[in-house]
Design a protein around this ligand. Structure first.
Ligand SMILES: NC(=O)c1ccc[n+]([C@@H]2O[C@H](COP(=O)([O-])OP(=O)(O)OC[C@H]3O[C@@H](n4cnc5c(N)ncnc54)[C@H](O)[C@@H]3O)[C@@H](O)[C@H]2O)c1
Length: 291
């Protein structure tokens, strides 16, 4: 086939330039240079590590968190990468507050090219004893907080002007969990599991509905990852440390660096044809457990 000739079958043009792969390097495809990425729950934990991942490939960061003070590492994020970083104190479960926060972000950054929803909570209490208020709080943060953030980000992505670094739309990445797929061993997290199942389903539905706007939506389902949330759980339920280290076939708890490249991949042009999917990164637990 001659180089750079359109490929047509009958009247259908399959591609005007079938040789793009020759000029778009892996390095270019993974770049987020110039893009604005919003991360909910980015004040600590997984969300903070995603902030570093985005900054390392040139993305600007609008971080939303309920915390009064982010983790100490946040200062490093603000000063060491030469990208714009701003923290917004807000509550993803409060629609009015979150709408005002997104308005502020658009005012400050001019656009939104990507969203990662890492704000979440994981109550651990037996199903038979769960109080309705506590279940509602988990659902409000994990499900509605994800829904609202996606809606607000997508509204901006759909209407903003194209640029050379992002011709159209954007990418949304939900942080779901292995708990969406299998019950958690040693934990009683019925509402958490249900909430993460909803997040996986939402990514599938939105990937289809928003494709017409050039917006891709995927989720990542991590297994056990070492963060303040899991340290807190292990402090309260000490047997969980053994489970988290020894249940995964790879016999270790996940490190946040295990998720940095997958998040950048989903946010960037490297995944331009990837939507409505859930990526399981669990050390193998979704396929089988060792204990
Ligand atoms: N750590 C793990 O092993 C693991 C595994 C699978 C999935 N996840 C999911 O990843 C996400 C992040 O978990 P983590 O371990 O980093 O937890 P974390 O508690 O360390 O961080 C969560 C962050 O979300 C923020 N947050 C909570 N409620 C909020 C609200 N209403 N509005 C705004 N921000 C809010 C918190 O202040 C915190 O900074 C959660 O959704 C969690 O369910 C974690």
């Amino acid at each position: 086939m001659a180089s750079q000739q359109p490929v047509s079958i009958g009247k259908v043009v399959l591609d005007r330039n079938p040789d793009k792969f020759l000029t778009r390097s892996v390095h270019d495809l993974l770049s987020l240079k110039g893009r604005t990425i919003v991360i909910t729950g980015g004040g600590r934990g997984l969300g903070l590590a995603f902030g570093f991942a985005v900054a390392e490939v040139g993305g600007n960061l609008a971080i939303i968190d309920l915390l009064d003070q982010p983790h100490d590492h946040f200062r490093k994020l603000e000063t060491e990468f030469g990208v714009k970083v701003k923290l917004y104190r807000s509550d993803v479960a409060n629609h009015a507050t979150l709408t005002a926060t997104f308005d502020e972000i658009v005012k400050d950054f001019g656009r939104i090219d990507g969203l990662v929803t890492a704000a979440g909570i994981c109550p651990d209490e037996p199903f038979m004893r769960r109080a309705p208020e506590s279940v509602a709080r988990c659902m409000n943060i994990n499900v509605l907080g994800t829904y609202y953030a996606a809606q607000l980000a997508a509204a901006q992505m759909a209407k903003q002007e194209p640029t050379d670094f992002n011709p159209r739309g954007g990418s949304i990445v939900f942080i779901a969990s292995i708990a969406a797929h299998v019950a958690s061993k040693g934990q009683t997290t019925s509402d958490y599991c249900a909430s993460k199942g909803a997040v996986v389903s939402l990514a599938k539905a939105l990937g289809v509905e928003l494709a017409a706007f050039g917006i891709r939506v995927n989720s990542i389902s991590p297994g056990y990852m070492l963060t303040d949330m899991t340290i807190d759980l292990c402090d309260r339920y000490p047997w969980l440390a053994d489970i988290m280290m020894n249940e995964p076939p790879m016999r270790r708890i996940g490190d946040r660096s295990d998720l940095k490249v997958p998040v950048v991949y989903l946010l960037s042009d490297a995944s331009a044809y990837h939507t409505s999917d859930d990526i399981l990164i669990t050390g193998g637990i979704h396929a089988g457990r060792l204990m």
